[in-house]
Design a protein around this ligand. Sequence first.
Ligand SMILES: CC(C)(COP(=O)(O)OP(=O)(O)OC[C@H]1O[C@@H](n2cnc3c(N)ncnc32)[C@H](O)[C@@H]1OP(=O)(O)O)[C@@H](O)C(=O)NCCC(=O)NCCS
Length: 133
Amino acid sequence: MDLRSLRFLVLWPHKDKMEDCILDADFLPSTRHFAAFDNENNVLACCTLMPESRIVEGQVYSMRLRAMASHPDVRGSGMARELLSFALGHFLGEKFWCDARLIAVPFYERCGWRVRSEAYEIPIIGTHFLMTS
Ligand SMILES: CC(C)(COP(=O)(O)OP(=O)(O)OC[C@H]1O[C@@H](n2cnc3c(N)ncnc32)[C@H](O)[C@@H]1OP(=O)(O)O)[C@@H](O)C(=O)NCCC(=O)NCCS
């Protein structure tokens, strides 16, 4: 399982094929992808960080988190949280934000993030909240 396959499986199963599971910013030099692998190089958890600023209550959050996912087989193991912590550790001094799916809000809260908006809808995907680190 590679990064696109995991994205297809758990984030965007409505797309036609895994080749469609890429973001415009995926190949920018400033974008960073992080993944946790098993011994056979299958991706078990992944996330992507990119520079994109968002101002929340006067504070600049300069990095955007996208495509946070873990394989169903490892859910609840703490691997996703560890990967996120590892990824954020590469950007010391930065602040982070994301569009958090309703279903993922408790995960981000367990990682110390905070809900910073009312609920809003993103077509096809559903209800989201702005969250910050
Ligand atoms: C969101 C997601 C990455 C969380 O992965 P995970 O494997 O459950 O995360 P972890 O095992 O690292 O969990 C860390 C903590 O969050 C908690 N947690 C995770 N999801 C939770 C939920 N839905 N409700 C309550 N607690 C939750 C875990 O129990 C764990 O708690 P602990 O501190 O008591 O150990 C995963 O559920 C996923 O891939 N979901 C589908 C894709 C998705 O929605 N991604 C987010 C896009 S914004």
